[in-house]
Design a protein around this ligand. Sequence first.
Ligand SMILES: [Zn+2]
Ligand SMILES: [Zn+2]
Length: 549
Amino acid sequence: MSKVIITAALPYAYSIPHLGNFVGSILPADVYYKYLRMDEQDVIFISGSDQHGTPIELRAIHENIEPSVLADRMHEEIKSLFEKLECTFTKYGKTHCDANREIVYEIFNALNKNNYIKEVKSIQAFCNVDKRFITDRFIEGKCPYCGGHARGDQCNDCGRLLTPEQLIDPICKICGKSDITFKEEKNLALDLPKLELDTRAFIVKNSSNNWTKNSINKSLSFIDEGLHAREITRPMKWGFPVPVKGYEDYVFYVWFDALIGYIGITKDWNPSKWRDYWLDKSSMLVQFMGKDNIEFHALMWPATLIGSRLGFVLPRTLRASEYLLSKELKFSKSEGIGLNIKTALEIADADYWRFCLMYIYPETSDSEFSLEVFEEVVNKIMNDKIGNLINRVFIIYKKNFDLIDESIEPDQELIDKVEKLEADYVLRFESIELREALHAVIELAEYGNMLMSKYQPWTLVKNNNKEKSIELSKIMNLEKVIIYKLGILLWPFAPKASRNILSYFGIDKDPLLEMLDVEYDKIRIVDKEIKPIFSKLTEEQKKKFEVFK
Ligand SMILES: [Zn+2]
Ligand SMILES: [Zn+2]
C-alpha cells in the first residue's frame, strides 16, 4: 500500500484563524486523515505555522520584541486551539525551525546548481530614516486605481496587485514618515519560464487524480498566460538568510520557505522517517488549501521540486476549497477579533463546529455561514436526527433488557440499506468528496428514524408474548447496528460523539473501518448509562453570537 502525505496550507502565525480559514484547509485535511487512519493506511498529516514575512517582522518592531518570540507565541496559541478542535496532526510544526532551514538550503542550492535561479531587478522603496528597503506591507499609501487603502503589494479595497512605486502618498510603516526614495533593487528569482514545460506536464498528468475543478481550471489558465520569474528573496531581516555572496542583507521570501515547510516540518517530526514519505516515488501527496492558494501549490511548488531534481514527491491531488462567507457575522482576521476558532470554542465544543462546518463545507462553491445555519444544523440534524435517535434506542433497551434477545439477527433486507449507505460513505471518501460522506452518515440516521416510526418498537414492548418479543428484538437489534455504525462513521466529523456512542459497546479505541464488518448478533451493549450525544443550542449560546454582528 502506498504511503500518503496529507498537508493543510500553513496558517500564518500572525492572528487566530477564522472559521473560513479553518474549513478551507485544516478541517477537511483532518477529516480525510482520520478516514485514512480508519482505513489503516500508512498516512501522515503535516501542517504548521507559517512564521516569516513582513506582518510579523513589522509587529515585532512595534512591540519591540524579536520576531521569533512573537511568531512562537502565536504558534503555540493557534496549535492549542486546533488541538481543542480535535485535529490530530502527525506534526503541527513551524517554518522557523532548523529542519526546515536545512531543507530550504538544500533545495535552493540544488535549484541554483541546476541554473533555475536568476537575479532580477525591480524598483523598490527605500526608507531614508530606517536605512532599509521597505517592501510589501512595510509601505502603505493610496491605491492608484480606487483611492483606497493599499499596501506595497496589494490594495486592501479593490484587491489589485501593486508595486510600491504605484502607491500615492506612500509612508513607511516602521517610522511612519514619508522620506522614501525609489531605487533599483536586486532579488533572486525562480526562473519559472525555464520550468514551464515540466510544470505543464505535471498538471496534465496529475490533475485527473481527484483535483477540485477550481484547481484544474486555475492552474491551466495560469500556465496558458505564461509563467514569469518569481522572486524568492527579500531585503529584510526576519527569515532564513540567503547563502549567496552579495545577498547578506536578504532573507528568503516567505512563500518559498512556507511551501518547503511541508517537508521541513516532516523532517522536524522525525529526522529519519521523513525520507520514507517524501523520497518514495509511490507516496501520494494530497494537499488541502483555500482557492487563493492554488497558484502556489499548482505552479511554484511543483516547479521548485522539479527544478531541484532531488527526487521529492510531487503533489498528486490538490483540493482547493471555495470560500466560506458570512454576511451577518464578522470573521475579521486582521484585527484578531470576530468569529475565529478561539471565540467559536467559547460558544460550542469541537464536535459542533466540525460537523456544522463540514455540512456546509465550500467544496464546490462558496457557502454562507450564519447563526441561522448553525442553529439549523445543530438543532435539526445533530440533535433531532442523530442525538435523539440514539437516546430513544438506548432508552428502550435500558427499560426492556429482559424482553430483547440481542442474539437475534435483524432482517437482511433492512440491513442491505444500511450496508449500501456505508458503502456510499466509503466511495465518497475515496473520491475525497467529504461533504457527501457526511451526508451519507446523516442518511443512515434518517433511515434509523424512519424505521422507528414504521415499526414503533415502543408499542411492541407492551405485549408480553413470544412473537412480539422476536419482532421487538429484530427491530431493536437493527437500530443497534445502525447506531454502532453511526459511532464509527461519525469519527472523522464528530470525534467526541463517536467516542460516546462507541462506549455504549465497550469500545474505547479509535474506530477502524474493519469494525463495520462485525457479525451483527455479536454487537452487545455493555454500558447502559444514557449519555447525551448532541444537544440543542441554548439561548445563552445564541446570545454569544451578538458581538460578532
Ligand atoms: Zn484599490
Ligand atoms: Zn521608515
